[in-house]
Design a protein around this ligand. Structure first.
Ligand SMILES: Cc1cc2nc3c(=O)[nH]c(=O)nc-3n(C[C@H](O)[C@H](O)[C@H](O)COP(=O)(O)OP(=O)(O)OC[C@H]3O[C@@H](n4cnc5c(N)ncnc54)[C@H](O)[C@@H]3O)c2cc1C
Length: 437
């Protein structure tokens, strides 16, 4: 199917493009034909996932590939926990798709709107020191390379390419399917508390070490952090899920609704932001519940925002967050969105933000109607001082030159790109900036 004309926009409204052509292939062979046709007419071609990257990583000025028809489970082995899924599958579809096999993703981020290929391509992660990002679960993948070849990468076929393909930034080819190492379905017991911010920072390493999944939000202009501690339990335990009503009150009315009001008011009366932030801080937090993992890990985000996130060495987090706090106070900025702090285990993927080191993630946000430039630029400078690496799907200003020094295998990744996409069929302005041409 081919169409053209419509303007594509990402979720955060930071990027838009009118592709020359949109194609919606339903088979790997159709993807191959689309890549060959783009090559024949000298066009670039890019798959787009759910458009949830804040950066221009998914922008497709030439041919845009919509992989919505490449979705679902293709193969499942319950004994090993390995499941092959089509690349366009949305994360929110997985609980139902995996229910017959009693399997689940070992960890998830804050939302489930993304496609599995888009999420893994940018190094999407959740929190928990015993867990890597989503891409670390990939044990095999099939992708269409720049020449239109369908390439399998697995433990037995071109295994040396796996650490490049797992977090591939969409630069190496069009993934059509991937095999994930999953775990038996499990329940999470969630405890959310408001706690003194400095105590949380002082206890950062201990808290992470003693919890399966620990994270916190700090609301600038307040002295409290909202901590979230999730404990893994077998799926046989009786659950105490949030009722539909209390979930709506907490997530929609208080969290999203109050933010929307604060953010909207903050744009017309910025001076009100600190006191309003204290109000939200007072209303959120303080709950206990348990449910199947996807319902606990993920929430709805209905207030549009812009985000920057940096990965720093795990132990640097308290100092780095304190410097960000000092910066906000010094500058007198009114910041309506909380700062989110998470962690992940070191991994071997060449462009993973957690490559080679246990990692802490510090994310800053700004309402989408506010200009984030001054805040993000100054926080970026602070976090780069701690050896920070930017999330590939979130706003940052780094380029290939600076990024090369942050990733020991950067040059190896570029070599794989030269092999799989020598003509730069999958390039776009963002990839030219972060990988070079
Ligand atoms: C509200 C919100 C919450 C978020 N929460 C988190 C979080 O908790 N943790 C976190 O780490 N990130 C988070 N993110 C970032 C998000 O997970 C990433 O930006 C992710 O890449 C988005 O997935 P997508 O399907 O929308 O991909 P897109 O943004 O559409 O695409 C991302 C990249 O993947 C490539 N791609 C897509 N499909 C394929 C394919 N089949 N083959 C090859 N390449 C492909 C695209 O070309 C592009 O390069 C969040 C973003 C938003 C907007």
């Amino acid at each position: 199917m081919t169409a053209s004309g419509a303007v594509w926009r990402n979720w955060a409204r930071t990027e838009s493009v009118r592709p020359l052509r949109v194609e919606r292939p339903a088979t790997p062979e159709a993807v191959q034909r689309a890549v060959a046709a783009a090559a024949a007419s000298g066009l670039g071609i890019k798959p787009v996932g759910a458009g949830h990257s804040f950066t221009g990583i998914a922008v497709a000025p030439g041919v845009q590939l919509d992989l919505a028809d490449l979705s679902g489970v293709l193969d499942a082995d319950v004994a090993t926990g390995r499941v092959t899924i089509a690349a366009g599958t949305r994360l929110h579809a997985l609980p139902a798709l995996l229910a017959p096999y009693g399997l689940a993703l070992p960890n998830m981020g804050d939302i489930d709107r993304q496609t599995i290929a888009g999420a893994t391509a940018t190094g999407t992660h959740g929190t928990g020191l015993g867990f890597g990002g989503l891409a670390t679960q990939i044990v095999a993948a099939r992708l269409v390379t720049g020449s239109g070849e369908l390439l399998t990468v697995s433990a037995s076929e071109r295994p040396e390419l796996l650490p490049a393909v797992r977090v591939g930034l969409g630069a190496l080819g069009v993934l059509v399917e991937m095999t994930l190492q999953l775990v038996p379905r499990y329940v999470l017991h969630a405890v959310e508390r408001r706690e003194p911010f400095d105590e949380v920072l002082d206890g950062w390493l201990d808290r992470l070490g003693s919890a399966d999944h620990f994270e916190f939000y700090w609301f600038p202009h307040t002295g409290t952090a909202l901590t979230k501690t999730n404990t893994r339990l077998p799926d046989s335990v009786s659950r105490t899920p949030l009722g539909r009503f209390s979930r709506w009150v907490d997530d929609e009315l208080l969290a999203n609704g109050a933010y929307r009001a604060i953010c909207a008011l903050g744009t017309v009366a910025p001076r009100a932001t600190p006191s309003l932030a204290r109000v939200v801080d007072r209303f959120t937090g303080g709950r206990d519940f348990s449910d199947f993992s996807p319902a606990v890990f993920t929430t709805n985000r209905t207030v549009r925002f812009r985000e920057m996130e940096y990965a720093v060495p795990l132990e640097a987090v308290p100092d780095a967050v304190r410097e960000v706090r000092a910066l906000i106070e010094r500058k007198g900025w009114r910041i309506s969105f909380p700062i989110e702090v998470r962690a992940a285990a070191a991994d071997d993927d060449w462009l993973s933000t957690a490559h080679g080191r246990d990692t802490g993630y510090i994310a800053v946000h700004r309402y989408f109607r506010e200009d984030p430039t001054a805040y993000f630029t100054a926080v970026e400078e602070v976090l780069r001082g701690f050896g920070g690496r930017p999330h590939w799907g979130k706003l940052h200003t780094q380029s290939a030159e600076t990024l090369a020094g942050l990733y020991p295998r950067f040059g190896d990744f570029l070599q794989v790109r030269d092999e799989l996409d020598p003509e730069r069929r999958f390039a776009n302005p963002y990839l030219e900036r972060v990988l070079g041409d």
